[in-house]
Design a protein around this ligand. Sequence first.
Ligand code: GLU
Ligand code: ZN
Length: 481
Amino acid sequence: MKVRFAPSPTGDLHVGNIRTALFDWAYARHTGGTFLFRIEDTDTTRVTDEYINAAIDTLKWLGLDWDEGPEVGGDNGPYLQSMRLDIYAHWASKFIEQKDAYYCYCSPEELETVREAQRAANQAPGYNGHCRDLTLDQIEEYKTEGRIPVVRMRMPDGKTTFNDLIRGEMEFDHKFVPDFVLVRGDGSPLYTLAVAVDDVLMKVTHILRGEDLLSSTPRQIRVYQAMGVALEEYPIFAHLPFVMGADNAKLSKRNGEVSIAWYRDKGFLPEAICNYLALLGWSPGEDRENVTMKELSELFTVERVNSSPARFDMKKLEAINGDKIRALTIDEFLTWALPFLIKSKIITGTPEEIVLVKRALPLIQERIIMFSEIPAMLKFLFVKEVTVEADSMAQITDLSAKDVLRRSLKELELMSDWTHANIEAALRASLVEELGLKPRIAFGALRIATTGSKISPPLFESMELLGKAASLARISAALIL
Ligand code: GLU
Ligand code: ZN
């Protein structure tokens, strides 16, 4: 068994790509086969080195390790199509020799005229076979005219059938699969040629990929045929259902966040992304929603892949991410949190800061759904003084708030053992019991005074971490606002 993931990185890998990669990986791991990673970069105008490196990095970050491909190598490389151009050229000329393919001299304008006529006659648009059997004289004439030919594959009359592991028996009538271009006028190969040649030469046995590529399958099978591959050696196809947005349109930038880089920046865990994407079209059974990578590789079968489209649900991904964050040990949580705090310049990363962050993290572990929320929540611990948020100002400048702050100050000044339990006991006694204030009112003012915001980690624990001196200084400062 050899399963491959073969993206054309014309941008950051998106949710659909990664769902495919994940299923490819899981299928290979489940069967004990090989996971091959190939970069399809023959479209050099759209695929850049930056995107290629980002794709490699993303797969690594997600934990989708590959057995053959960039960086790890293998017996069937190179694994970048741009380094295999001579191989595609070799096969293209072989196809011409065998008369499976031919030179087509039609100009783009002529092709467009044909298409227009087809449209007018209500026929399916496609190449009309004009250059299939040119005479030598015609070829000479075209050459003297200076025409640059493309190489076109001859599609014989008939049908292509194959058994798709997810969609079942598929049949394509060649009436709707016109002769197609293999090599452009400038000598560069098209996707259909490169992908099919590579899948054969790299000994790929299973092709799990997005449904958008279903219609290119008969053309790829035609290339296998021309390469002389025996029928029983053809790779087996499985086309995965589309991932739809909440509005039932195909998931795109327009109706959802599609770039995996975005999720990474927001602070989603790779395991959460993989767990959630695994559920898009596949199910471990028994309504389970929590799967680890290990379980996925143990449980994944193509039989359990659904053929109907899957709907992307951000809320569910967030819930899974929150669960995975809560399951982290404090040291793991710390490792994830630090880069977010450093990047937003809340800390520089000194040992003292790290000690304080580590003490603060348990206070917020239950409360966040992604790491990017951490800087705003812990900022109050690392600033000299807080700036009270504009929409909280009224709440601490009114008279009852001033009273709360004054009394709190008096209570707290006397405290020798500065623990959250002591702080809470003292303040409850004085503000809630004696003054008869509602806790929300009493502690709301203190929260704003000490953290600057209406939303913070638990108040008494926050004050403990902030320390006595800083807490009292902030309450005093709030009194003169
Ligand atoms: N490189 C193709 C793409 O990213 C996919 C190739 C394949 O899976 O067959 O669209
Ligand atoms: Zn032609």
